[in-house]
Design a protein around this ligand. Structure first.
Ligand code: UD1
Length: 482
């Protein structure tokens, strides 16, 4: 049996900290040299072997509440490292990447308190006693955004040791721009044994021009610069709403930031930041995914608690395809009763069409009349869903960074496999209009970024259920003490 601890577990004697998500094989004899105490465990297979069974054909009608943005919540949680006072974050989505980040912060000595009941989406993070400024490989390999702790740790503690992320399903995804930026702020960087070690007595303000627009790179360095001595000017910055949301939180914490949401951000470093309370913006990609579900199924969906202004590129494209969209201040209604027309899409940095919606758009393009050319400009290998969609009957030809989708094709159910977060969403969407029962394997990818997607879809009429491969979820596991 394999167990994985939910919280870091210190072995009696204190010799080793067992990292969250470290797999312990209990078939091997438990000896003194191995971990001898494992508790608060859940089965390693919890959620990991789950599948979705989806029967297509239903129109989706009703209303869905959009969760907080995972990609805004992750940097916001990392920002708590910048202060010794508590940071209270509201509208945190209940998704696996957030659990991973909590585990990461806890492994550094942070206290992370979870809200419950009506406050179940609130998290209070206190980084008063940080003991271990390190993001270990075990965590970074499961979530690349773990590298967001690099800047805040060097800024606050003068030292950070973060595993290099390595390869990724959707492309190389290096973090060289984070490193170069930190060097510009006066940090010394050593790279050895697969880790990046950054040190600085105190960071000093500098001029950073990003070679390429990077979202987490902009966020990481913006956080670092808040505590640097003097002014930092960053050019060619990402303009994503998540960057703006992080700047809003940092400003509440006492940071002096101008220009977030534009290409140039200016930060006047301060000596100290304090605690704050902040509500995370709605998840524009979750909203976009449900918008696409409404369009595909010829449905009528109202999405509440969302920000339609963040969905401009998608809604404009869908209107080009013939869809009717009505936006209010914090909700959006999508209806579609017509045959979709094909339209080309090119992914770009915000406010362009998001790469995180490219896979879902491809599912939609299979149902549009005509040829849609989808060009992926941000990541080099982000078409893995194309093969799975083709197994369901789609006519898709991938040529380098372009996918040519010819529609409309009838989709038929098949056993398909999720390869990454947004690819999984695309397969769920395709299954909603496929003929028969599709079985989606490895839905843990989708659980990384979508909060109970199956429950939300079911509430508006989809036939979708989650099944566990071997064991019930949250099965009780006895503690093992040797
Ligand atoms: C973030 C999002 C992710 C989204 C992506 C692009 C989070 C947690 N994740 O990822 O969902 O798909 O933005 O919108 O917010 N690059 C470099 N060197 C670097 C950093 C990036 O070459 O140091 C390249 C990447 O390989 C990629 C491009 O820059 O080709 C953009 O990547 P980036 O914006 O950094 O993506 P993430 O921040 O990792």
């Amino acid at each position: 049996m394999k167990l994985v601890p939910k919280l870091p577990v210190v072995r009696p004697g204190g010799a080793k900290v067992l990292l969250p998500n470290e797999i312990v094989d209990l078939k091997k004899p438990v000896t003194r040299s191995r971990v001898v105490r494992v508790e608060f465990c859940e089965l390693a297979s919890e959620g990991l072997m789950d599948k979705f069974v989806i029967r297509g054909g239903n129109r989706l009608v009703g209303s869905i509440r959009i969760s907080g943005a995972k990609n805004a919540a992750l940097p916001a949680m990392a920002a708590a490292l910048l202060t010794d006072e508590p940071v209270i974050l509201e509208n945190i989505p209940d998704v696996r990447d957030i659990q991973t980040e909590r585990n990461l912060l806890v492994s550094m000595g942070a206290e992370v308190e979870l809200g419950y009941g009506r406050a179940s989406h609130r998290t209070t993070i206190s980084c008063k006693n940080l003991v271990n400024p390190e993001a270990a490989y075990e965590l970074v390999k499961t979530m690349r955004a773990s590298t967001l702790v690099l800047g805040p740790l060097v800024a606050r503690m003068g030292r950070a040791r973060v595993s290099q992320p390595g390869g990724c399903a959707i492309g190389a995804r290096p973090i060289d721009l984070h490193i170069k930026g930190l060097e510009r702020l006066g940090s010394s960087i050593k790279q050895e044994h697969g880790y990046i070690e950054a040190t600085a007595d105190r960071l000093r303000g500098g001029h950073i021009i990003f070679d390429k627009i990077t979202v987490t790179g902009t966020e990481d360095l913006m956080m670092a610069a808040t505590l640097a001595q003097g002014e930092t000017v960053m050019e060619n910055c990402a303009r994503e709403p998540e960057v703006v949301d992080l700047a809003a939180l940092l400003t509440k914490m006492g940071a002096k930031i101008e220009g977030a949401g534009t290409h140039t951000i200016r930060i006047q470093g301060v000596d100290k930041l304090h605690g704050a309370r902040h509500r995370i913006i709605p998840d524009r990609i979750e909203a976009g995914t449900f918008v696409t579900a409404a369009v595909l199924t010829g449905g009528d969906l109202t999405l509440t608690n969302c920000d339609p202004t963040h969905l401009g590129a998608l809604t404009q494209k869908l209107e080009e395809c013939g869809v009717s969209i009505r936006a209010a201040a914090d909700s959006i209604r999508v209806t579609n009763g017509h045959q979709l027309a094909a339209a080309d899409v090119t992914t770009e940095e915000y406010p362009g069409f998001p790469t995180d919606m490219q896979a879902q758009y491809m599912a939609l393009a299979t149902q549009a009349q005509g040829t849609s050319i989808i060009t992926e400009n941000i990541f080099e290998n982000r078409f893995m869903h194309a093969q799975e969609l083709a197994r369901m009957g789609a006519n898709i030809k991938v040529e380098g960074s372009r996918a040519v989708v010819r529609g409309k094709t009838s989709l038929s159910s098949a056993a398909v496999q999720c390869s990454d977060l947004r690819a999984s969403a695309s397969l769920v969407l395709a299954a909603l209009v496929a003929d028969g029962e599709t079985i989606l394997d490895r839905v843990y990818h989708i659980d990384r970024g979508y909060e109970r997607i199956e429950e939300k879809l079911k509430s508006v009429g989809a036939q979708i259920r989650r099944i566990g491969e071997f064991l019930p979820r949250r099965a009780a596991v006895p503690s093992v003490v040797a």
